[in-house]
Design a protein around this ligand. Structure first.
Ligand code: FRU
Length: 491
């Protein structure tokens, strides 16, 4: 084995330190975590350590496109204000030279344990390309992380027969009693996704437990980034399926996210699926990851970007944001998501309008901006369509509309300022409720997360409209009654 190449990590740290200074704070979102410099994708290692919350991410500091994966690192006390820490992992060992792919973290016995996928890509003596994904451990103190000398700890020999050796990644670790468990994404014999479970007492020696669930080519093909946890009496398996076919207003073509809800019999390691559904219906949401905070909240964060679309302006030196962390609950067998409540600590300049009658396009004094939390309680029963335009000026606008006749909410960024933006509109079916709906929009410079009816549905999308477009207007075809409340978010 080749010696670890420590210079690769050092180089990334130095680069980060040097070049982050060249990006002004004003260019970046106010309260969403984003790439410090270069590219980020999946959230990784969302966990508590020493009473602070840590979030790592797939990271390539040197360019605004994907490259050999490092793990970037940030921490927060309240999920809104983030502090950046030095790069935690670099692809510097034989078994991860092609990248330290996604994974997770937990705190155990005063140590911060990371589990990630090492990607090996080499050409053997016969000139044949060997691509392998295996699972590895690194242990740290919240800043520096050491990879175990016995890595990789879960190898290809530990896969069920016929599974792909190349698609085996994204371990999500947890501890139950004295045992560590992990779920890992894998591609089965039939070419579609399966989620495998392993367990270990010491993090070094792992044994295969079971297949938690599999796609059988029904929910997309390969499933990435699994997460598995208990919420109330239910177990939730989160997956990010690739190559999904569009399905009315549910899945869209390409990469999606889904949760499978069911029961888990721990003694027999048997998960029984009850139903599955989409997690987020927007254009930019993928690879979410959760953890349980000390106060018992199950909190999820997702990558606020998509593999399908590259709409980030050419002059940006950073690419990729995370969603606002979301509190998860279950209602009537469905997953409910709401923005982390700590956002309320940053409310300023609250403006409220009650009993508004809206028909022609209006703007409201004090309601504008690009870093806001705005809630609308709407009765559109006498309307054909209600529209909100945000990030607007004479040239640009981003449209959110509600059709009460069809119970459809639409997000449309056709006029947000990016040509080349081919996938720019989505419709989602919401509950019929006599034309009444509640919409909460979390807007942060380049993104809007639309929480519908207190988190029953969420639509997350980005738009890279110039920051001087700050107007917001409301209009209705026919009469809409509305209560509107807005807070600026000042961090
Ligand atoms: C999901 C994903 C993961 C992988 C990572 C690589 O977005 O493809 O499966 O670990 O990105 O960056």
């Amino acid at each position: 084995m080749r010696e670890r190449n420590a210079a690769i990590l050092e180089k990334a740290k130095l680069y980060e330190n040097e070049f982050i200074k060249s990006i002004s704070k004003d260019e970046k979102p106010s309260f969403h975590l984003c790439a410090p410099i270069g590219w980020i994708n999946d959230p990784n290692g969302f966990s508590t350590f020493n009473d602070e919350y840590h979030l790592f991410y797939q990271y390539y500091p040197y360019d605004t496109i994907w490259g050999p994966m490092h793990w970037g690192h940030s921490k927060t006390k309240d999920f809104i204000k983030w502090e950046q820490l030095p790069v935690a992992l670099a692809p510097d060992e034989d078994y991860d030279m092609e990248g330290c792919f996604s994974g997770s973290a937990i705190e155990d016995d005063g140590k911060h344990i990371i589990m990630y996928t090492g990607v090996l890509d080499k050409t053997n003596e016969e000139g044949k390309r060997i691509l392998r994904q295996t699972q590895c451990i690194a242990i740290g103190d919240g800043i520096n992380y050491e990879k175990l000398d016995c890595n990789p700890v879960i190898t290809n020999e530990m896969l069920p027969e016929g599974s792909s050796l190349e698609d085996f990644r994204d371990p999500k670790i947890w501890k139950d009693g004295n045992e560590f468990y992990t779920v890992v994404a894998s591609r089965s014999k039939d070419g579609s996704g399966q989620i495998l479970m392993y367990k270990s007492r010491d993090l070094r020696n792992w044994e295969y437990v079971t297949i938690v669930d599999k796609s059988e080519n029904k929910i997309g093909r390969m499933w990435e980034c699994p997460d598995f946890f208990k919420l109330d009496e239910n177990y939730i398996l989160v997956i990010s399926p690739q190559e999904v076919k569009a399905d009315k207003n549910g899945f869209h073509n390409g990469n999606n996210t889904a949760y499978i809800i069911g029961k888990y019999d721990k003694n027999n390691n048997n998960f029984t699926r009850e139903k599955y559904s989409v997690i987020d219906y927007g254009l930019d949401f993928y690879a979410p990851q959760t953890f349980e905070a000390k106060d018992g909240r199950r909190i999820m964060v997702g990558w606020m970007h998509s593999w399908e679309n590259r709409i980030v302006p050419h002059d940006f030196k950073w690419c990729g944001m995370m969603t606002i962390p979301r509190e998860l609950t279950i209602k009537d067998g469905f997953l409910i998501q709401n923005p982390i409540r700590e956002i309320e600590n940053y409310y300023k300049n609250t403006v409220e309008y009650n009993d508004l009658s809206i028909e022609k396009e209006i703007s409201l004094e004090g309601i504008n901006g690009r870093a806001i939390d705005i809630t609308l309680d709407i009765d559109a029963s006498k309307s054909e369509e209600f529209q909100i335009k945000v990030a607007k000026n004479e040239e640009y606008e981003t449209l959110i509309s509600y059709n009460p006749r069809k119970s459809i909410v639409t997000f449309d960024r056709s006029y947000s300022g990016k040509y080349g933006d081919t996938l720019h509109r989505r419709d989602i079916s919401v509950k019929e409720n006599d034309g009444k709906i509640k919409l909460r929009l979390i807007i942060d410079k380049y993104s809007v997360e639309i929480f519908i009816n207190d988190g029953e549905h969420v639509m997350t999308s980005t738009f890279y409209t110039p920051l001087n477009a700050t107007d917001i207007t409301f209009s209705s075809q026919g009469l809409t009654l509305a209560n509107i409340k807005k807070h600026d978010i000042i961090v």
